[in-house]
Write a protein that binds this ligand. Structure first.
Ligand SMILES: CC(C)(COP(=O)(O)OP(=O)(O)OC[C@H]1O[C@@H](n2cnc3c(N)ncnc32)[C@H](O)[C@@H]1OP(=O)(O)O)[C@@H](O)C(=O)NCCC(=O)NCCS
Length: 184
C-alpha cells in the first residue's frame, strides 16, 4: 500500500540524496543543487513552517518520494504542489497516481484548501500526464519562465479546485484500492 507519512529526522539524508539525482533535479526549478546546509534548513522549514507541509510517499516502510504543499498561509486558501519519486525503480508503477489521490485528499480535506496548483516544465511528460489524469487542468503556458542551468524553460501551469476533486475522488480512490495501491 502507498501512504503519505509525516517527515522524520532520518528522512533528511535520503531526501538530500534524491534531490541531487539528475532525474529529479532536472524537473525542479531550483537554481542549483542545494548545499548540505541549505538542504538542512529547507528540511527543518518543511517540518516547522506553517506555510509548508511535506510528506514522505512510502510503500510499506520503504520511502519512495516526497510531496510538498507550499504557500499554505495564503489568504486565498491555495497552495503550490511539488513532488518527486526518488528512484527510477519507483516511477511508472502507479505510486505517483496513488500519492496524488492521498495528497489531494490531504489538501482539500485536512488542510481545507480551495485550490492546488503546480508549475510543471513543459517537457515533463510524466508529470503532465500523471497530474492531468488526477484531474489537474491546464491553466496557462508560461514561456521561458524558469532558468535551469542557465537556460530558459517553458512551464505549464496546472490547477485543481476543491469542487472538482469532490467530483473525482470517489472513483479515483476506488480504482486505487481495487488495484491494492491504497487502503479502501
Ligand atoms: C512525476 C512522477 C511523480 C509521476 O509518478 P509515477 O509513479 O511515475 O506515475 P504513475 O506510474 O503513477 O503514472 C501516472 C500516470 O502518468 C503516466 N506516466 C507515468 N510516467 C510517464 C511518462 N514517462 N511519460 C508519459 N506518461 C507517464 C502513466 O501512464 C499514468 O497515466 P494514467 O493515470 O492515465 O494511467 C514521477 O514520474 C517522478 O518522480 N518524476 C521525476 C520528478 C518529477 O518530474 N517531479 C514532478 C515535478 S513537477
Amino acid at each position: 500500500m502507498i501512504e503519505l507519512r509525516d517527515l522524520r529526522d532520518e528522512d533528511e539524508g535520503v531526501l538530500f540524496q534524491w534531490r541531487s539525482e539528475p532525474e529529479v533535479d532536472r524537473w525542479m526549478s531550483d537554481a542549483d543543487l542545494p548545499s548540505r546546509e541549505a538542504h538542512a534548513a529547507w528540511f527543518k522549514a518543511l517540518r516547522t513552517d506553517p506555510d509548508m507541509r511535506g510528506w514522505m510517499i512510502v510503500r510499506g516502510d520503504a520511502p519512495m518520494g516526497l510531496l510538498t504543499l507550499t504557500g499554505l498561509n495564503s489568504h486565498h486558501r491555495r497552495a503550490s504542489w511539488n513532488w518527486f519519486l526518488g528512484t527510477a525503480e519507483a516511477r511508472g508503477r502507479g505510486v505517483g497516481r496513488a500519492a496524488q489521490v492521498l495528497g489531494l485528499d490531504r489538501a482539500f480535506g485536512e488542510l481545507g484548501l480551495h485550490k492546488v496548483f503546480a508549475e510543471v516544465m513543459a517537457d515533463n511528460d510524466a508529470a503532465l500526464k500523471a497530474q492531468s489524469s488526477a484531474g489537474f487542468r491546464r491553466e496557462g503556458y508560461l514561456r521561458g519562465h524558469v532558468l535551469k542551468d542557465g537556460q530558459p524553460r517553458d512551464v505549464v501551469l496546472l490547477g485543481i479546485l476543491a469542487s472538482e476533486w469532490t467530483e473525482l475522488r470517489e472513483d479515483a480512490r476506488r480504482a486505487l484500492s481495487d488495484a491494492n495501491l491504497i487502503a479502501a
